[in-house]
Every structure is written in C-alpha cells, then in structure tokens.
Design a protein around this ligand. Structure first.
Ligand code: WQD
Length: 338
C-alpha cells in the first residue's frame, strides 16, 4: 500500500468530493473535509462516517477564507490538497459570470496562497472536459482547449494559474483531472448527486423523473450528427472517478515526481446518447421513463468522449463500471436519500 497521507479535500462534502473521501480512506489515507456546504447536505460527513467507519474532521468554511484554510493545513499536518470546491452549473455561470470568477478563481488563488504560506506543495485539481473545444472523436489531453462558457473558462484559467504557481515554486507539483460526465452513486445509497433545485444535468433529472418529481425528461434535440440524433457523452461512474483521484495522488506523491503540472482525462472512452441513457435507466427502474424531444440547449455540443489512455498508461487507472451500474446505483440513491 502507498504511504499513508493526510489529505485536505476542499468541497469534500459535495457529490464528487464525498466519493473521493470514501476512496481515500479505503486506500488507507487520512482526510480532512473543508466545505462551505453551499451545495452539500449538512449530514454528508455523518453518512461518510457510516460508510467508512471513520469520524472525518470537517471544517465548515469557504476556501476563500485563507485564515481557515491555513489553519486546516497546519493543524492536520496535511501532505496534499485535493481541490474540489467550486461552482459547476453551466447555466448559472452564463447568467452570473462574476459569481463564478470569484468563487472558482478567487477560491483557487486563495487556496494556492494558503498552500504556499503553509509549505504544502502538492495539489490535485478537479478540472473538467468543458475546457475542450468541440470534437467528434475521443479527446486526449492534447485536444485543443476552447471552453464555450464561463464555467469552463474558470476551469481552464485555474489550470493556467496552477501551471504558473508550479513554475514559480509557489507550490511543488500538481495534477489537473479533467472529468467527463460523472454519474451514478455509491452502492450504499447513502451519498450521490442531490442537487439543490431543478437539476441541469441529465442523470439527476432522469432519476427525479423516475421518482415522479417531473412529468417527463426534456431531450434537448434529436438532430445532432450522432447515431440516434441525441447528444453523446462519456458517462463515468463517480466511484471510478474517485478511484482515479487515489491513483493520481499516488503518482503526485511518488518520489522524484518532477515539479510539473500534469493533466489527465478521467472518462471511460465510451460514449452514450441521451436516448441510450434513458433506455438504460428505464431498464433499471422497470418502466419507461417518460420523455419528449424539445429544442436544442444553447451551448451543447453533439459529442464529448474521452480518450483515457494516458491515465491508464501513467496512473495505472481505468474506469470499470457500466452504464447499467451507474443507473442502478443512481436509482438506489434516489430512493434512499434524495
Ligand atoms: C448531457 C447530455 C444534453 C439535461 C455538464 C457540464 C460539465 C459537467 C457535466 C461539471 C447533453 C442532454 C441534459 C436534460 C437533456 N459538469 N440533456 N436533457 O452538458 O455534457 O456537461 O455537466 O463538471 O462541465 O458542462 O452534461 O448532463 O447537462 O447533458 O437532453 O434535461 O444530456 O443536451 O447532450 P453536459 P448534461
């Protein structure tokens, strides 16, 4: 087993963060959560305690509060930071870009300053495939970047800031993980995607429709250049995604890791259309989830699928779980908690 590390997980009570915390503890590491709980239920740390059997130190704070972050880094002997805190709704970012620049960039810079001042030099950053420009074929890490919305721009800009911080020696080294489309939930049903208000993303909307909270799923367009005309995405089980963080952390902490900022795509390499997701989810719940075809959503692309070979080659990690498992686990969470 790799050396036991103490990890600060900003946003560790959120959808991705909570699953990362579970896998870090399963790998034998210590975790401290720092979260403002703006997009996380207050009882997530308790649920994480039930899953892991560990009482996880949790600091209710915003990552822009440098004093709180510095205190967390110092008091818990942190070896590395996994930065997951941030706002992530594309539509909200278009409507309120300054809110996103403040939260995502302001938060990222404050964290980097606190790390430099505390002498904590290792960072894993939660980035996103929305940094990429359009592409019909699977995208590798060298695919041209061209974010089409303020949310994607905050992710790319913070990646660039991290590169500059490493080059200047403000922090030692970093990895940015570019997520494709996280879906599913922990098999315990205790943690999952439980967005406040009406979900923007497809999976939580399908799950809530299956639970009777919406009349039908609106399929945003069926005239794309894809096999069945609906949008194709690379859905990755959130537990696979979390395990990708553990593999990336081991690589980041490996002896002799040069002072660089590396990027890795976290996806499966397999795309599924909206209609395929609906069919698979309907199979999991035993009835046809109702839907209707409506107009395209502004800003959507036809296809976005990862080429995940670099993560396999360098991190020794590949996604393993199927779309059926994502649907079954998401449904179990929807029934259990949401
Ligand atoms: C998936 C497909 C829609 C909702 C976004 C962010 C990305 C990441 C994941 C944070 C598309 C279609 C959706 C609905 C639909 N988030 N759809 N009806 O847009 O690929 O990515 O979420 O990191 O950064 O950009 O995900 O789930 O919104 O859409 O038909 O009610 O489902 O058109 O083809 P997206 P999504």
């Amino acid at each position: 087993m790799a050396k036991r590390l103490n990890v600060l997980a900003t946003g560790g009570a959120g959808f991705i963060g909570s699953h990362v915390v579970v896998e870090l503890i399963a790998a034998g590491h210590g975790v401290v959560i720092l979260d403002n709980f703006e997009n996380a239920a207050p009882d997530v740390p308790a649920r994480l305690g039930r899953i892991t059997g560990v009482d996880i130190p949790t600091i209710r704070a915003d990552v822009r509060d440098k004093e709180m972050v510095r205190r967390a880094l110092g008091r818990h002997g942190i070896d590395a930071v996994i930065h997951l805190a941030g706002k992530k709704a594309v539509g909200e970012a278009v409507a309120q870009p300054l809110l996103y620049y403040d939260a995502n960039l302001g938060g990222g810079v404050a964290l980097l300053e606190a790390m430099q001042e505390s002498g904590v030099g290792k960072l894993l950053f939660s980035s996103s495939a929305t940094v990429y420009g359009p592409g019909a074929a699977p995208m590798d890490e060298d695919h041209p970047v061209a974010p089409s919305n303020p949310y994607g721009r905050t992710k790319l800009m913070l990646e660039e800031i991290i590169t500059d911080a490493v080059a200047a020696g403000a922090i030692e080294s970093a990895i940015s993980l570019r997520y494709f489309n996280p879906a599913g939930a922990h098999p315990s049903g205790l943690i999952g995607e439980d967005p406040r208000g009406t979900p923007n993303n497809l999976f939580p909307f399908i799950a809530q429709t299956a639970a009777g909270r919406h009349a039908k799923v609106r399929v945003f367009g069926d005239d794309y250049d894809t096999p069945d005309g609906t949008g194709v995405r690379d859905y990755i089980h959130v537990v696979d995604l979390a395990r990708g963080h553990v593999a990336a952390l081991s690589h980041l902490m490996a002896a002799g890791m040069p002072q660089v900022h590396e990027r890795f795509n976290l996806g499966t390499g397999r795309g599924y259309s909206v209609k395929e997701a609906l069919t698979t989810f309907s199979r999991a719940c035993g009835f046809q989830v109702p839907y209707e075809i409506v107009a395209r959503r502004a800003g959507d692309v036809a296809t976005c699928v990862a080429c995940p070979d670099r993560a396999a080659r360098v991190l020794g990690w590949r996604a393993e779980m199927t779309l059926d498992q994502m649907c079954a686990d998401h449904l179990a969470f929807q029934r259990e908690v949401a």
